[in-house]
Design a protein around this ligand. Structure first.
Ligand code: NAP
Ligand code: ZN
Length: 352
């Protein structure tokens, strides 16, 4: 590619919250000294893409090129790049710049410094004026410190969803010390949930899936679940009362958090990672009755994302995916909203 064709690339964008995604062009910046240019091969479709493209959380920036589960190949590097070379297999997740050194743990809590975080899309560069455009596109230019290395044994298509779904489950599971002897429940067997089951199982915990129905039970068991229950069955809430050390709730819609808190042991924790578009009420008795904790967790830091990728490489863990051409993105969104995906749509970006 010559310089001109490298900087203007094809993408898909939402022009407004109520319009379907459609072809669009993006001008990527000329690489700076510490930039890596990535030819994007695959991009996962996260439910957050849908929330944001439809402005479900408010404050969306249009036009929007969604996509923060990017896997591709390095096609050029700036003069000061030391970590990557042309041909490397790499990924980009939910943020492409930040305030690396400002957190109390330095780069280990960078994702919580939202004031300085530059999101991969639906945000602005540090100048607060230049919009960022995400992975539903042919290429992306990213500072080397925000590029991840994909293990050699993980194909790029199934690795792409690790960049958001994988780290979003790995981080709370690691933080709350998932391991042998711990009973963990994952609510929702979608894109995030199916990564959570595999990772918690690989960490050695006893894993239960809490799904709306038993329709995906065979898949859940194959992915590593020891138990699988339907939240539509009232017996689930009596037989599993007080059962879990940790529950990770990946559900994208408002559900009965109070009932779910009742499934925790004394001192147990329910971590919210799903982000419903409406506030969810919680009954105080559900918390005080067992000194229980309701917590939240947002993706993970760059060092932790690399740790997660290496963990997945070691354990042979990746996403189960349905690959789609770019032109089927709007149909894919409708199917995600109906929980009709096993378990992540991944866009083949050669189809743009
Ligand atoms: P997803 O693939 O749609 O999975 C969500 C799962 O939740 C569904 O598969 C379904 O599982 C269950 N579910 C959906 N609607 C439900 C309802 N009305 N009642 C009960 N269960 C329902 O979505 P995802 O990509 O995994 O993302 C899930 C949520 O996490 C989204 O809100 C997303 O924005 C958020 N997210 C947060 C972070 C973070 O850093 N905290 C990062 C990425 C995404 P079953 O069919 O098994 O019931
Ligand atoms: Zn995401």
């Amino acid at each position: 590619m010559d310089t001109a064709s490298r900087s203007r690339i094809k993408a898909y964008a939402a022009q407004a919250a109520d319009t379907p995604l459609a072809p669009f062009q993006v001008d990527r910046r000329e690489p700076r000294a510490d930039d890596v240019v990535i030819e994007s091969k695959f991009c996962g479709v996260c439910h957050s893409d849908i929330h944001q493209a439809r402005d479900g959380w408010g404050g969306s920036v249009f036009p929007m090129v969604p996509g923060h589960e990017i896997a591709g190949i390095v096609s050029a590097v700036g003069s000061a790049v030391t970590k990557f070379k042309i041909g490397d297999r790499v990924g980009v997740g939910c943020f492409v710049d930040g305030g690396a050194s400002i957190g109390k743990c330095g780069r280990d809590d960078e994702q919580y410094h939202l004031d300085t975080l530059v999101l991969t899309y639906n945000g602005y560069e540090h100048d607060k004026k230049t919009p960022t455009f995400g992975g539903y596109s042919q290429a992306i230019t990213v500072k080397q410190d925000y590029v991840l290395r994909i293990p050699d044994n993980l194909p790029l298509d199934v690795a792409a969803p690790l960049l958001c779904a994988g780290i979003t489950l790995y981080s709370p599971l690691a933080h709350w010390k998932t391991g042998p002897g711990k009973k963990v429940a994952i609510i929702g067997l979608g894109g995030l949930g199916h990564m959570g089951v595999q990772i918690a199982h690989a960490m050695g915990a006893h894993v239960t899936v809490l799904s709306q129905s038993l329709a995906k039970q065979a898949d859940g068991t194959r992915l590593g679940a020891d138990d699988y229950r339907a939240t539509s069955d009232p017996a689930t809430f009596t037989s599993l009362a007080g059962a879990f050390d940790l529950i990770v709730n990946t559900v994208s819609a408002p559900i009965d958090w109070s009932a779910l808190l009742g499934l925790l042991k004394i001192d147990g924790t329910m971590v919210q990672v799903g982000v419903p578009e409406e506030a969810v009420p919680v009954n105080a008795f559900a918390l005080i009755g067992g000194r229980r904790r309701l917590a939240g967790s947002l993706i993970g830091s760059i060092p932790e994302t690399q740790e997660m990728l290496d963990f997945c490489g070691t354990h042979g863990i990746a996403a189960e995916i349905e690959v789609i051409p770019m032109s089927r993105i709007n149909e894919a969104y409708e199917r995600v909203l109906k929980s009709d995906v096993r378990f992540r749509f991944v866009i083949d970006l050669s189809s743009i």
